[in-house]
Design a binder for this molecule. Structure first.
Ligand code: UDP
Length: 238
């Protein structure tokens, strides 16, 4: 199979691990995600993975209940480490060599994030999970995904969602919602399409790093994306 994108940064929301549960990690769902990732590794694709924590804890939710924002965000980042370890476990179960690298050093649990080491792991065919977001409060894992994509020089950022791309209205609520096939970074920002937060989009725009938004719940979609098939919504400079 033709490979269009050799090195990819796959951004998964924490909720992608939750399935239909209301909280936490669903083992069937994470096994499915691992299988989908294994398929592209078997083709020779080098995946960097960034995972959120919306299935466990979000800083803004803590802050809205009166918590100190930076403290709540630190909790959110720690929650991404839990998701990262769960994903590592699921990947290893299907035979994928995996490393977790955390932006917040915790050496007894996983490796600290070192860019040159990360690229070395990828070259050796290991999946690398970038945990703990950017390591800074007031950011999101979308921003962490774009940041790591730039650092590892990924060919594309794949943002996995529960719908088939970016729509003019929420397709879950509005039946007639129309999917965009292509968008520019500016259109996403001006139309306030909320596919990723503005910081993440601005970062991608600055380096002209293309983002592909696709439905992770459809089996084979990631495979289609890395082989260059038209799928989801492409967000690029022009
Ligand atoms: N977070 C942070 N800095 C980062 C990345 C994440 O403080 O660089 C915290 C923040 O509190 C955020 C939480 O971690 O709410 C979980 O990340 P996110 O909301 O991006 O998860 P997702 O929506 O992708 O599940």
């Amino acid at each position: 199979m033709h490979i269009e994108y050799k090195r990819v940064l796959l951004k998964l929301s924490g909720e992608a691990l939750m399935g239909d549960d209301s909280y936490g990690i669903n083992t069937d769902v994470i096994a499915y995600v691992a299988k989908e990732i294994k398929e592209i590794i078997d083709l020779g694709v080098q995946p960097g993975l960034v995972i959120g924590a919306g299935n466990i804890f979000r800083g803004v939710a803590g802050a809205s209940k009166g918590m100190d924002r930076a403290t709540a965000d630190n909790m959110g980042m720690l929650a991404t480490v839990m998701n990262s370890l769960a994903l590592q476990d699921a990947l290893e179960r299907v035979g994928v060599d995996t490393r977790v690298m955390s932006a917040i050093p915790m050496q007894s649990v996983c490796e600290p994030y070192i860019r040159r080491k990360a690229t070395r792991h990828l070259e050796k065919g290991r999946a690398v999970i970038f945990a703990a977001g950017t390591g800074n409060p007031y950011f999101t894992t979308d921003s962490a995904g774009v940041l790591r994509a730039l650092e590892i020089n990924a060919d594309i950022i794949i943002k996995a969602t529960k719908v088939d791309g970016v729509f003019d209205k929420d397709p879950v609520v509005h039946q007639g919602a129309i999917r965009y096939e292509k968008l520019t970074f500016d259109e996403v920002l001006i139309k306030d399409l909320r596919v990723m937060d503005a910081t993440a989009i601005a970062l991608a725009k600055g380096d002209k790093k293309t983002i592909l938004v696709l439905n992770m719940n459809t089996p084979g979609n990631i495979l289609k994306a890395v082989s260059g098939q038209s799928i989801g919504t492409i967000i690029s400079a022009e």
